[in-house]
Design a protein around this ligand. Structure first.
Ligand SMILES: [Zn+2]
Length: 238
């Protein structure tokens, strides 16, 4: 954003960078990019589908995008039982092209809901910003901030840098000790690991070898997984 000092003695009308009130009213409402973040199981997908529902009820048209579903009919499925058809992305998807194709087919796209947004590439986050700023598409992105090494995902980092609003979700996921858990621990063979590939696509509910467990910082750093291993992911919205 540029900021120009008004010249001394210049007429106020000469400050062309600032639109006059009448002009500003004719501009469409600016769209926005919101990044909602939280650890695993904190209800991100549930909120994503709730926001989609609220907008659709007002007659707005949106697309719901996800990554890592890999089924023939990709969906966002939440742990509290909600589900909705979604468009599957991969790292080669150009999000501007995706939206333009919808428009070319006569489909309105007023907003995008992006689940698993931590898997976006930095370039894809910039494509989202193009859609917000140039095409007035609202974007609601939901994702993890950090990976199992406690490092930012590249896509999440770019979202932090570019989003209009960053919202830390308030549904707390608790560590086994009862403290708020903010760390997504990767557990392999019963032990916490902090090295390895950033993304392992696996069904965490059925994979015996690799699973994820939310921990507080103290127990993440100590690698202490608690007295008993939970059989099921926690249900924070019960
Ligand atoms: Zn703890």
């Amino acid at each position: 954003m540029t900021h120009q000092e008004p010249e001394v003695g210049a007429a106020t009308g000469a400050l062309a960078a600032v639109p006059a009130a009448g002009n500003r009213r004719s501009l469409p409402m600016p769209a926005h990019l919101r990044f909602y973040l939280g650890p695993m199981d904190c209800g991100k997908s549930t909120l994503a589908l709730q926001i989609d529902h609220n907008h659709a009820r007002q007659g707005r048209c949106g697309l719901v995008l996800t990554q890592g579903d890999r089924s023939a009919n990709p969906r966002i499925t939440t742990r509290v039982g909600m589900s909705r058809a979604a468009v599957e992305l991969d790292s080669s998807t150009d999000l501007r092209e995706l939206v333009r194709r919808q428009w070319a087919a006569g489909q309105r796209v007023d907003y995008l809901i992006v689940d698993e947004a931590q898997f976006l590439s930095p370039e894809q986050v910039e494509q989202l910003v193009d859609l917000v700023d140039d095409s007035h598409v609202d974007v609601y992105a939901f994702g993890l901030a950090t990976d199992f090494r406690s490092r930012l995902f590249p896509g999440s980092q770019r979202l932090f840098e570019l989003a209009d609003t960053v919202v830390a979700l308030q549904v707390e996921v608790l560590c086994w000790c009862g403290r708020p858990g903010g760390f997504n621990g990767r557990v392999v063979g019963g032990a916490l690991v902090r090295e390895g590939e950033q993304v392992v696509i696996a069904d965490t509910a059925t994979s015996a070898e690799t699973r994820y467990q939310v921990l507080c910082r103290r127990h993440y750093r100590g690698g202490e997984l608690g007295p008993s291993r939970p059989e099921e992911p926690q249900l924070p919205l019960s």
